[in-house]
Write a protein that binds this ligand. Structure first.
Ligand code: NAP
Length: 306
């Protein structure tokens, strides 16, 4: 079968670090064009806007790696041109945007794949399997990273619609919603927003999963050790996922880890969804973040500069 002709939008950090190598290693896609306001790739047709790219090239699919604000218009342009669309996380800035994209994809009979790359980390599927028949007693989520190290100069991330510390924090929620055997309900939240910015640099969420308390602590000002961990106390001991879900500790077993395959798995899944004529959109992590923005006790803190 001929590979699907792919356009890639938003040639920034994640496009270069992960999407380009994953696409190069997946023979069901061939990269034919990019859409980015400033960046271009040698030997690949480059356009400034997604609309321009889809009008000029005969593509089958588009993958969006732009910041979330603006993604709705870009995805809609591709869907309305009859192309399959893969979205980086978070899939949109609002729940109404993602609902509208889902409907548009259904009308156009194309695949819409809202990805959650952290769910493809090697510990996540075995964690879900182990937890399936356990009683969850308490959950502690700690996602603490240094914004200056991982998001250098990404001013958009602290704008309204940039998600702030929920940009990484939503990865933890994407894992928690995938592995816990019940739905998460948000009860209270706090957000620390630097003066003059639109999104939080620190946040805490207090949730419930059945009778279990679920505490999440997200911090973008972590220096020293970087922490991306989820601990789940159960009736059979404590399961711990560290390194963003890639290392799994199950009581009584040696730690489990595998080489990072998150993005190759996402592109393989995108190809499968296209060939099955299906879409995959799970809004639960976005809904929890949206709920946090709705009810959080919001505190203004000192200004932040990169
Ligand atoms: P980034 O380095 O800022 O790259 C995004 C690119 O999108 C920019 O380089 C920019 O290229 C383009 N762009 C289009 N409209 C833009 C706008 N209004 N403001 C800023 N840039 C705009 O960001 P990233 O880290 O790759 O993140 C992009 C998405 O991937 C986010 O949703 C993020 O959550 C997700 N993600 C990031 C990581 C990570 O480790 N960084 C990991 C997983 C997922 P032009 O200037 O050429 O248009």
């Amino acid at each position: 079968m001929e590979p699907l002709k792919l356009g890639l939008a938003g040639i920034g950090k994640i496009a270069r670090d992960q999407h380009l190598p994953a696409i190069a290693g997946e023979d069901r896609f061939i990269l034919r064009a990019t859409a980015s306001r400033h960046a271009q790739l040698d030997g690949i047709a480059g356009y400034r806007e997604v609309g321009e790219m889809v009008a000029a090239c005969s593509l089958d699919a588009v993958s969006l790696c732009t910041p979330p604000d603006g993604r709705y218009e870009q995805a809609l342009a591709a869907i309305e041109a009859g192309l399959h669309v893969m979205l980086e996380k978070p899939p949109a800035v609002t729940l109404s945007h993602i609902a509208a994209l889902e409907q548009a994809a259904r009308n156009a009979e194309v695949t819409l794949f809202a990805t959650w790359h952290s769910r493809e980390a090697s510990g996540v599927a075995p964690a879900r399997a182990w937890l399936a028949d356990k009683v969850v007693e308490a959950v502690r989520i700690e996602w603490r990273e240094d914004i200056r190290l991982w998001h250098p100069g990404q001013e958009w991330i602290l704008d309204a619609g940039g998600f702030g510390v929920f940009d990484p924090g939503i990865n933890a929620l994407s894992i928690a919603t995938a592995i816990l055997p019940g739905e998460l309900l948000l009860e209270t939240a706090t957000m620390d927003v630097p003066a003059g910015r639109g999104s939080p640099i620190r946040a805490q969420m207090q949730m419930r999963c059945g009778t279990a308390r679920v505490e999440a602590d997200f911090d973008f000002l972590q220096t020293g050790p970087q922490i991306w961990s989820i601990e789940v106390d159960t009736n059979a001991g404590t399961l711990v996922l560290t390194m963003g879900g890639s290392v799994l500790h199950i009581p009584g077993r040696p730690p489990q880890t595998e080489a990072d395959q998150e993005y190759p798995r996402l592109y393989a899944r995108f190809a499968e969804l296209i060939s099955a004529g299906e879409s995959e959109i799970d809004v639960r992590p976005l809904r929890l973040v949206s709920d946090a923005f709705m009810i959080a006790d919001r505190r203004e803190i000192e200004a932040f500069a990169f």
